[in-house]
Structure formats: structure tokens, C-alpha cells
Design a protein around this ligand. Structure first.
Ligand code: GDP
Ligand code: IMO
Ligand code: MG
Length: 428
């Protein structure tokens, strides 16, 4: 099964990093195709915790070639900081390859991200403040700085000048900030050029060759379906395509080469930042999900908003991504509840709806319609086969499978790489 895409089904932090890492030893290449260091993936290997932001989670497996594709936006300081920290812990980062077409996050875009949020006030998105949105906006506006620009100082200077001629107007006249100097930006970026040079490659060509040779390539999404700029809860989204289509545009591999799409979904739901969240809990159940599930952002440390599992969201993710397999994570967090509500549809202004509402207003008005399932009390952390799970837990999984309309191929029962019940081989 050579080309497999892994995406998030909900609002991010579903455990994509763990799922990617768990397949690691059977994969040859892992490509990150969207987003940047707004992502945060916590991977636990033998009790050791790793927090990854820009590097694909496959980096933790010896022998895997990690690739940062053209669809990613790169904060070079964060990239090298992450490489250094991992190298110090004995992780070999020397095989990392970076697309020459990936865009870099310049310091003025980090500034703009933060000041824009401040100016939006109550209408803010709750971004991670990493400069993601402004950098993708520059890409679309055709004033972005790409990795390849760092290797031609004159071109780099011209491009920075071009970008700043607009940005400085905004920074000075609208946001009341000091103008950014072209030479400061050029110097900051050039400082990384020589370290970056050996990593830069025609990654689309490399992926094409790898697939021709029958190698297994994993495309690892940052963020998730509901945060996708086209298919998520716009405007409360990130600025890239986090759905499976993004794997193609963000890597240069065409749709005809993708064999399988795996979506990762939590057995409940969480969200960081602003935006509608129909099953959100503001009570003791929400607190309990947060504390038992350790629901604090890997990137910003913000407490995640918590709620019950929302089946229409997952059905939507199945359809938009063409999901072939679901990985259900954090089932262990639900241990100990007497009954578990699952949202099976919405009441939108008095009308029942089983699909995602058509409009933003409709989704803001959506009230969950719940069905209730029996809980279980047994510790499930050691389960590795479906039959090891208590009957009620099995029934919960089977009910979610039925509601999703796609098979649940693996179930997470703990943070560690090994803590998974495998039902179907994701690469088979
Ligand atoms: P990602 O951004 O999708 O990679 O997810 P994050 O790493 O941001 O958040 C998922 C969190 O859940 C991490 O702390 C993981 O270690 C943890 N995790 C993943 N799968 C499981 C699971 O099955 N059970 C438990 N208890 N934790 C899990
Ligand atoms: P992973 O890959 C959860 C959210 C932010 C904010 C919105 C826009 O770990 O699942 P941005 O900085 O991207 O402009 O912020 O998107 N967000 C995430 N939420 N997990 C993530 O990544 C996220 N990346 C961005 O909180 O609401
Ligand atoms: Mg995360």
C-alpha cells in the first residue's frame, strides 16, 4: 500500500502524530504537506515524550526519510531549534529534505499575526500567533519568500523589499508599529541559508521516484478537516488545506497515486481557539475530559475546549477526505462514565439536520441531538485486540463505526506508541 494520507477528522490534536509514528517502521518516507509550527504533535515512545511542530512525526523512526513539502510554511528558527533539540536526544535528523518551493515565515508575518488578532478583538480567530495566516496570504498574493530565494541574495533582497513596501504601510499607518528594515529581514533569513542548503531538494520528484520504486509514503496532515481553509468552519480555520486534497497540492503527488486515506478522530471532541463547537461542555464532564485527556495545547499550552463525540462532523470528514479507514484515539479517556452521549444530528432552529449545516449561521445555531451509550469502568490501557475491550467499549466503537459509515481500523487506548487496538492493517 504505497501512498497513504493521514488527516485529522475534527479540530486538530486527534493524535495524528502518534498514528504516524506507530506506522513508522513500515514506512519509507513521511511528508508534511500543509501548515507549519502551528501544529503540535506529542509522540510518546517507551515513556519518552517528544513534542514535534515542524518536523514530520516519522522523524522518530530510524531509516524513515522525513520530507517538508511545498505546501508547508517554515519558520527557520523553529526548524533548526527542533532539529537541535532532537539531535541532542539522539534522534537522527540528517535525512530531512525540504522543498525549494516551501514558503518561509518572515518575522514581520509573526508580528502581523499577533497585531491582527489584537485588532480583531472579539472577532479574533484565536490563532497560534506563529505567522501562519499572513505567510499563506503572502503566498496567494504572490509576495511570499520561498526556501529557494535564500540562495540568491539579490533575489531575496528584491522580494523582501517588495513584501515590505506593502507591509510597512500596514504596520506603520494602520497598526502604529515601527517599520521593519529590509536589511534586518535579509540578514535574519540569510543566516540560515548554508545550514538549509544541503536539505533542499526537488521533493516532488523524490516522492514520484519513491512511489515508482514501490516504497511506502505517508502524507501527514497538520490541523484537521474543520480547520481547513476551504472545508472547515471558516473563518475559524487555519490558512491551509488540511484535508486529503492538500496532500496532493502540498507535495506535488497527484490524486491518482493516493491509495488510502486514514482519518484520525478522538473518541470525544476538542477544539483550541475560537469558533462554533456544538457538543462543547461547560460543566464538570468537560473539566473531566480535559484533565483525564490532558487536553492542553502542545504548541501554545492553551486549555482545549472539550465536548462529546460529534458523528456528523466525522461523516463530513469521511466524505470530504475520501476516508478509507478511521483511527479512533483516546478511548481510554472515556473509562468511568456511566453513559456516553454521542451527537447523531443537529437541531438547527427547530429543524433536524443529519449533515453539516450549509451556512456558518446554521452551524452556529446547531444544537446537538444525543444518543446515549453505556459506559465501562475497566482499565483498557492494556487492550491490544478488540476482544480485550469490555463489551460496552466494543459497542461504543461499533456504534461510532456505523454512524461514520467507514471502518474503524485502530483504537487508541493510551499515549504510548504501542497502546493501540488494531482491527485492520492500515498499510495492508
Ligand atoms: P496531533 O496534533 O493530532 O498529533 O495530536 P496532539 O499530539 O496534539 O494531541 C494528542 C494527545 O493525545 C497527545 O498528547 C498524545 O500523546 C495523546 N494520545 C494520542 N493517542 C492517545 C490515546 O489513544 N490515548 C491517550 N490517553 N492519549 C493519546
Ligand atoms: P495539530 O496539527 C489544533 C487552530 C488555532 C486557531 C486556528 C488558526 O496539532 O492538530 P493558525 O495559527 O493556524 O492561524 O490558527 O487553528 N489550530 C490548531 N488547533 N491543532 C492544531 O494543529 C492547530 N493548528 C492551528 O488554535 O483556532
Ligand atoms: Mg496537535
Amino acid at each position: 500500500m504505497p501512498a497513504v494520507v493521514i488527516v485529522g477528522a475534527q479540530w486538530g490534536d486527534e493524535g495524528k502524530g502518534k498514528a504516524t509514528d506507530a506506522l513508522g517502521s513500515r514506512v519509507d518516507v513521511v511528508v508534511k504537506f500543509n501548515g507549519g509550527n502551528n501544529a503540535g504533535h506529542t509522540v510518546v515512545v517507551g515513556g519518552e515524550k517528544y513534542a514535534l511542530h515542524l518536523l514530520p512525526s516519522g522523524i522518530l523512526t530510524p531509516g524513515v526519510i522525513p520530507v517538508i513539502g511545498n505546501g508547508v510554511v517554515i519558520d527557520l528558527g523553529v526548524l533548526f531549534g527542533e532539529i537541535e533539540a532532537l539531535t541532542q536526544r539522539g534522534v537522527d535528523c540528517s535525512r530531512l529534505l525540504v522543498s525549494a518551493n516551501a514558503h518561509v515565515i518572515a518575522s514581520y508575518n509573526r508580528t502581523l499575526d499577533k497585531v491582527t488578532e489584537r485588532f480583531l478583538g472579539s472577532r479574533r480567530i484565536g490563532t497560534t500567533g506563529r505567522g501562519i495566516g499572513p505567510t499563506y496570504a503572502d503566498k496567494m498574493n504572490r509576495v511570499g519568500i520561498r526556501v529557494q530565494d535564500l540562495f540568491d541574495e539579490n533575489i531575496l533582497r528584491q522580494k523582501v523589499e517588495g513584501a515590505l513596501s506593502l507591509k510597512n504601510q500596514l504596520l506603520v499607518k494602520v497598526y502604529n508599529r515601527r517599520a521593519v528594515q529590509v536589511e534586518d529581514v535579509v540578514a535574519e533569513l540569510l543566516a540560515y541559508a548554508e545550514r538549509l542548503r544541503p536539505m533542499v531538494a526537488d521533493t516532488a520528484l523524490l516522492l514520484d521516484t519513491a512511489l515508482d520504486d514501490g516504497r511506502t509514503v505517508l502524507f501527514e496532515a497538520g490541523q484537521a478537516t474543520q480547520l481547513d481553509v476551504d472545508h472547515g468552519n471558516y473563518p475559524f480555520v487555519t490558512s491551509s488545506n488540511a484535508t486529503s486534497g492538500g496532500a496532493c497540492t502540498g507535495s506535488g503527488v497527484p490524486p491518482t497515486r493516493i491509495d488510502r486515506v486514514v482519518a484520525v478522530a478522538k473518541a470525544y471532541a476538542t477544539r483550541v481557539g475560537e469558533g462554533p463547537f456544538p457538543t462543547e461542555l461547560h460543566d464538570a464532564d468537560g473539566e473531566r475530559l480535559r484533565s483525564v485527556g490532558g487536553e492542553y495545547g502542545t504548541t501554545t499550552g492553551r486549555p482545549r475546549r472539550c465536548g462529546w463525540y460529534d458523528a456528523p462532523i466525522i461523516r463530513y470528514a469521511r466524505r470530504i477526505n475520501g476516508v478509507t479507514d478511521l483511527v479512533l484515539t483516546k478511548l481510554d479517556v472515556l473509562t468511568g462514565w456511566e453513559r456516553l452521549p454521542v451527537c447523531v444530528g443537529y437541531d438547527v432552529d427547530g429543524v433536524r439536520q443529519d449533515e453539516m449545516p450549509l451556512t456558518q449561521t446554521g452551524f452556529h445555531h446547531a444544537r446537538p441531538i444525543y444518543e446515549y451509550f453505556d459506559g465501562w469502568t475497566e482499565d483498557i490501557g492494556a487492550a491490544r485486540d478488540f476482544d480485550d475491550l469490555p463489551k460496552a467499549a466494543q459497542q461504543y466503537v461499533l456504534a461510532l463505526e456505523e454512524l461514520a459509515g467507514v471502518r474503524i481500523s485502530a483504537v487508541g487506548v493510551g499515549p504510548d506508541r504501542e497502546a493501540t487496538v488494531v482491527r485492520h492493517d492500515l498499510l495492508g
